[in-house]
Design a binder for this molecule. Structure first.
Ligand code: TYM
Length: 331
């Protein structure tokens, strides 16, 4: 079976629709055909200012949401990154293989360091993509299901893996990125030129754990475009195209089919129907997440089992890496 690895940050507590359509939907589907490792990447969540109690709660809420969305711990390994110290052990070695120049070219660092400036940003924000490479390479991963915004980080991962293999011998599987055809870049509802993200004002972002009434309202208030026809045209109608993409991904109906369905009707009808589709999707996820959080002992048991399984694989990779790179074996 091919190996799949992916991770998600627990930063916001609730995931948003972009996370689901760009990545998590593929996580669930790939369990059928691959051996999957799925990780709540809490170590990645402290590169910018954070609150310790919130982080702890958000990690648990994130794990609960993953189960509610269909990650099945009987088939896949679900764990929290900080429970597997090998991520940090490999990360240091890879930091000494990755080049300062290649890390400097990461557009996410450029974006995220804008507010504090490079001088005022944490060193962790800069080395973040190398920790991500370690996450992936520890598990000899074949495929990494992610949204479009992670493409550059995957390129870095492949470059670092290849350089390491050339220098120290075949150690890592060089992973491929797995980006969905539809939903790889869900756009903000208020600013459809930007990707949906928790860091933009909340009116444009549908959080899975929000009251479904709030989400329905956000959809009905989405910015649309001039014109009246409900047709997909990313260049000229980014707002409408985004709504059609979300509809298609959640309802399973193709875009041409939806264009037909809305022929002769206006944007208002599209938004009204999409609000219903979104409500139907988020309501059970929200309820199931709450149920799981009501019994954290069970959740913690799942995560402990996941960490144990993850460590078996991760420890073997680190042992191989330490041997190849010349560290003295402990007595
Ligand atoms: P994160 O936590 O920001 O996002 C999790 C996943 O959601 C995808 N995504 C989107 N997809 C489509 N449209 C959007 N608007 C949208 N917003 C987010 C992301 O592409 C991602 O797949 N660096 C990663 C976490 C990570 C990781 C890893 C991923 C750490 N280690 C190893 C894969 C493998 C991140 O910050 O994702």
């Amino acid at each position: 079976l091919p190996r799949v690895f992916s991770g998600i940050q627990p930063t916001a507590g609730s995931f948003q629709l972009g996370n689901y359509l760009g990545a998590l939907r593929q996580w669930v589907a790939l369990q059928e055909t691959a051996e999957a490792f799925y990780c709540v990447v809490d170590l990645h969540a402290i590169t910018m200012d954070w609150d310790p109690e919130e982080l702890r709660q958000n990690s648990l809420t994130s794990a609960a949401q993953l189960l509610a969305l269909g990650v099945d711990p009987a088939r896949s390994t679900l764990f929290v990154q900080s429970h597997v110290p090998e991520h940090l052990q490999l990360s240091w070695v890879l930091e000494c293989v990755a080049r300062f120049g290649e890390a400097s070219r990461m557009t996410q660092f450029k974006d995220k360091s804008q507010r504090e400036g490079a001088d005022g940003s944490s060193v962790g924000l800069f080395t973040y993509p190398v920790l991500m490479a370690a996450d992936i390479l520890l598990y000899q991963t074949d495929q990494v299901p992610v949204g479009d915004d992670q493409r550059q980080h995957l390129e870095l991962t492949r470059d670092v893996a290849t350089r390491f293999n050339n220098r120290f011998g075949p150690t890592f599987t060089v992973p491929s990125v797995f980006i969905p055809e539809a939903g790889a870049r869900v756009m903000d509802l208020q600013t459809p030129e930007k990707k949906m993200s928790k860091s933009l004002p909340p009116a444009g972002c549908v959080f899975l754990l929000d009251d479904p009434k709030v989400s329905a309202k956000k959809i009905r208030s989405a910015v649309t475009d001039t014109g009246r026809e409900v047709v997909a045209d990313a260049a000229n109608k980014p707002g409408v195209t985004n709504l059609l993409t979300i509809h298609s991904a959640l309802s399973g109906r193709s875009i041409p089919e939806l264009e037909q369905h809305f022929a002769g009707r206006g944007y208002g009808d599209l938004k009204k129907e999409l609000a219903e589709v979104v409500t139907e999707f988020v309501s059970p996820v929200r309820a199931r997440t709450q149920e799981l959080l009501d019994d954290p002992a069970e959740l913690e048991r799942v995560l402990a089992g996941g960490a144990e399984r993850a460590r078996e694989v991760a420890a073997a990779t680190v042992a191989d890496v330490y041997e190849r790179t010349g560290f003295l074996a402990p007595g």
